[in-house]
Design a protein around this ligand. Sequence first.
Ligand SMILES: NC(=O)c1ccc[n+]([C@@H]2O[C@H](COP(=O)([O-])OP(=O)(O)OC[C@H]3O[C@@H](n4cnc5c(N)ncnc54)[C@H](OP(=O)(O)O)[C@@H]3O)[C@@H](O)[C@H]2O)c1
Length: 338
Amino acid sequence: MRAWMLRRTGGPDVLQLTDVPDPHPGPGQVSIRVEAIGINYAEVLSRKGLYAWAPKRPYIPGMEVAGIIEALGEGVEGRRVGERVLCGMQHGGYAERVVIPANRALPAPEGYSLEECAAYGVNFMTAWVALVEMGRLRPTDRVAITAAAGGVGTAAVQIAAAFGCDVTGLAGSEDKLVRVRDLGAHHTVNYRSPEFITRLDEVTSERGFDVVLEVVGGDVFRACHERLAHFGRLVVVGYAGLDYKLWNPLSWWRAWRGAPRMSVSDSAVASTGLLATHIGYLLPDEEQLLAIWGALTGFSDEHGLRPVVGSTWEFEKLPDAHRHMESRKSVGKLVVRV
Ligand SMILES: NC(=O)c1ccc[n+]([C@@H]2O[C@H](COP(=O)([O-])OP(=O)(O)OC[C@H]3O[C@@H](n4cnc5c(N)ncnc54)[C@H](OP(=O)(O)O)[C@@H]3O)[C@@H](O)[C@H]2O)c1
C-alpha cells in the first residue's frame, strides 16, 4: 500500500509518499480500508518536530481516518467486514490501510459521509471534553471559543450554541467570523484586528466569560483569561499561536512568554480556574472514552450537528493540505480523500 512517511522534520515537503507492506490484523484487531483522512494541527506540529505525543521517527503520521472494515483478526466478535467506521490513533493514518484494535473502530454516525466522519471524531471529542467534561458547561454560561473557524473551533461553537449558551467566537479574519456566526455564535471578535481589545471589552462589558476554550496562547490567552467571570473556567486545548522554532533560541523565549499560565494566588483572588486537556492521553481508558462518545453522538444527533468539511484534498496532494492549514486560511476540517 502507499503511505506518507515522516523521516525528518521540516516543511510539508519532508512528507514522502512511500510503498510499504500491507498491514494484516493480528488477534483482536481489524484492518480498515481508509477512505478519508482528517488533518489535525497536531500533525503539522509533529512534522516540525514540535509535538510531545509524536512517536520516534521514521513513522507514518495521521491521527484520524474513516473507512471500511475489510478484514477481522482472530477472536474479533461483533464486527463485520464492510462496516463503516472512524478511528483515532497516535500515528499511522496517512495510509491506504490501517490496522487497529477492534474496539477502537467506532461505528460511523448515521447520515454522515465518510468525509464527515473523518472530520468529526477528534474535533468534536476535543470540544466536548473541553467544554462539557472540563468546562462543566451550563445553558446559562457565556462561552468564548478561540480559532473558532477551525476544526475544533467549528465543533465547539456548534456544541456551545446547541447547549443554549451565549457564544463568542474569536478568529483571525473577518471572513472566518462570518462562518462562525453562521454556525451559531452570537458575538464575534477578530483578534488580529487593531480593535481586538476594544471589541472584547464591548462583548464582556456586562459580564465576563464563564467558560473559555482556548487554542491560540499568547495575547489571545491573556485577554480571554483576564475577562473570566467569577467561577469562570478556561480550558487550554492548544497553543497554535506560539511561534516556536527548534533552530531559533530567541523563539524559545517568546514561546515561553506566550505559554498559558496562571498563578494560584491570582486565581484565588478572581475565583477562576485554568484547566488543560489532551484527548490522546484518554485513549487507553476505553470505558470512559465510550461513555463520552455515546453522550457526544447522542447530543450531535439530537441537535442535528454536522462537522464542517472546509476543504478536501487528493491523497497524492496531502502536503498541500498541511500548507493550507499553516496558512491560517483554512476553515473547518481539511479532509484528504484516499
Ligand atoms: N488537546 C487536544 O486534545 C487537542 C485535540 C485537537 C486539537 N488540539 C489543538 O487545537 C488547536 C486547533 O486544532 P485544529 O486541528 O482544529 O486546527 P485548526 O483550528 O483548524 O487550525 C489551526 C488554527 O489556529 C489558528 N492559529 C493561531 N495562530 C496561528 C499560527 N501562528 N499559525 C497557524 N495557525 C494559527 C488559525 O486560526 P485563526 O487564523 O483564526 O487564528 C488556524 O486556522 C490546535 O492548537 C491543536 O493543537 C488539541
